[in-house]
Design a protein around this ligand. Structure first.
Ligand code: UD1
Length: 417
């Protein structure tokens, strides 16, 4: 297993570019199954999660070519309606093939994803939405088995905001007969991106960017071509990298509006930015003060940036609380940050962070995707050397992170294991 060895305390300077948005691309890749023919996705990063989804599509019978950050998915001969345990257990987002498989073939057999390092993550909302659309759902030996003769438009009211369930409901409803109304839909930009792609394929979806999506079922979808939007979580991570090292850096190829909640919170903490249409320049400041934060669905503060923001707060002046309402157990990074001399205590899903003067390098372990990014951020700011093991987590969601950060002055060495 690869490790990162980080020599901390270096100032960063220059421009760092954001790659395509993993969480937008994964459902779009699944959506390509809805049409016979070749879809083309541009600006797709080389990430393990994306390669894993390509693998899932190939198992289903699609042809996937991936070169120069362009992915072509030809789903003409897709015919195997299953996502097996070996794949779904490695990547929960494999559940995204369920909607398209029911919509195109009237059947799907997908393994239950189970829990993961950030806690139990049920899929009941996905299943309820599909049942509302007239699919028959059964479970058998750890598998979800869906069958349907004819999908029918329906009224879906999510009792909780779910990104994944909204995506699956959309992909199931696009060819259902009649009108579907999804209420309390997730409003994350990733959903907007899926709506754009489905509409390019010939779907009729209105309400993009709102919590009420209206879908008029169409008979058939065609393949489509689209450029993938930039990754807001990667952008946010880089903005925090600038702030935590007291550096001046410019994060480019991003959509600042998508990280508005983070920028607002950081401005409250005393950070300074120059924001333009597609970039955020982080300006060095003398001190950052501690500011409380609570995660909530978009447009509020994203759970996917909770860990990184927490790293920044370890060095802030004063103390603050950080609460995760989406994934209450998502605090595996706390024990690791404390190994770097941070002062964080936990009470249920609330972390109390007392700012310290400095962090000091140590050996730590990455436990999940965003927690690993946090350890990189803390390692950049810490005095001395930080060694992070199990960095395969970071390769799931950050494209060449060490190369990108080294280009602007970081010192991160990947040691192949
Ligand atoms: C997606 C993102 C993940 C992000 C999360 C929340 C992808 C591939 N992953 O995950 O990075 O952290 O959104 O922004 O895009 N829930 C249920 N029942 C369900 C589904 C969800 O109770 O059927 C709960 C979850 O346990 C959680 C909340 O709803 O508490 C939100 O989860 P959801 O938005 O579905 O997360 P994912 O789509 O899995």
């Amino acid at each position: 297993m690869d490790k990162f060895i980080i020599t901390g305390g270096k100032k960063l300077s220059g421009t760092i570019e954001v790659s395509g948005a993993k969480n937008a691309i994964l459902p779009i890749m699944a959506a390509a199954l809805l049409a016979k023919g070749k879809s083309r996705l541009i600006n797709v990063p080389y990430l393990n999660d994306i390669k894993m989804m390509a693998h899932v599509l190939r198992v289903i019978g699609a042809r996937v070519d991936f070169t120069d950050n362009i992915m072509e998915i030809d789903a003409t001969h897709a015919n195997y309606c299953e996502a097996p345990y070996e794949l779904v257990s490695k990547m929960r987002a494999s559940i995204y093939v369920m909607g398209p498989l029911i919509a195109r073939f009237g059947q799907a057999r997908v393994s239950f994803p189970g829990g993961c390092a950030i806690g139990t993550r049920p899929v009941d909302l996905h299943l309820k939405a599909m049942e509302a659309l007239n699919a028959n759902i059964e479970t058998d030996h750890g598998y979800i088995i869906a069958n349907c003769k004819k999908l029918k438009g329906a009224e879906i009211r999510f009792e909780k905001v779910s990104v994944g369930a909204t995506c699956n409901a959309l992909m199931t409803a696009v060819t259902a007969k009649g009108e579907t109304n999804i209420y309390n839909a997730a409003m994350e930009p990733d959903i907007g991106s899926l709506v754009d792609f489905l509409n390019l394929m010939g779907a009729d979806i209105k309400g993009k960017g709102t919590s009420h999506l209206i879908i008029n079922g169409v008979n058939k979808l065609n393949p489509a071509e689209m450029e993938m939007m930039p990754d807001r979580i990667e952008a946010g991570t880089f903005v925090i990298a600038g702030a935590i090292t007291g550096s001046e850096i410019t994060v480019t190829n991003c959509i600042p509006e998508h990280i508005r909640s983070l920028l607002n919170k950081m401005e409250e903490a005393g950070c300074k930015f120059e924001i333009s249409e597609k970039s955020v320049k982080v300006l060095p400041v003398n001190k950052i003060k501690a500011v409380d934060m609570i995660t909530n669905p978009y447009p509020d503060f994203p759970t996917d940036l909770q860990a990184q923001y927490l790293a920044l707060m370890t060095l802030a002046e004063g103390s603050c609380t950080i609460e995760d309402t989406i994934f209450p157990d998502r605090f595996m990074h706390v024990a690791e940050l404390n190994r770097l001399d941070a002062d964080i205590s936990m009470n249920k899903n609330v972390a109390t962070v007392k700012g310290v003067k400095s962090l000091s390098g140590a050996e730590v372990m990455a436990t999940d995707l965003r927690a690993s990014a946090t350890l990189v951020l803390a390692g950049l700011a810490a005095k001395g050397t930080t060694t992070i093991s199990r960095i395969y987590h970071i390769d799931r969601g950050y494209e060449r992170i060490e190369e990108k950060l080294n280009k602007i002055g970081a010192e991160i060495k990947r040691v192949r294991g």
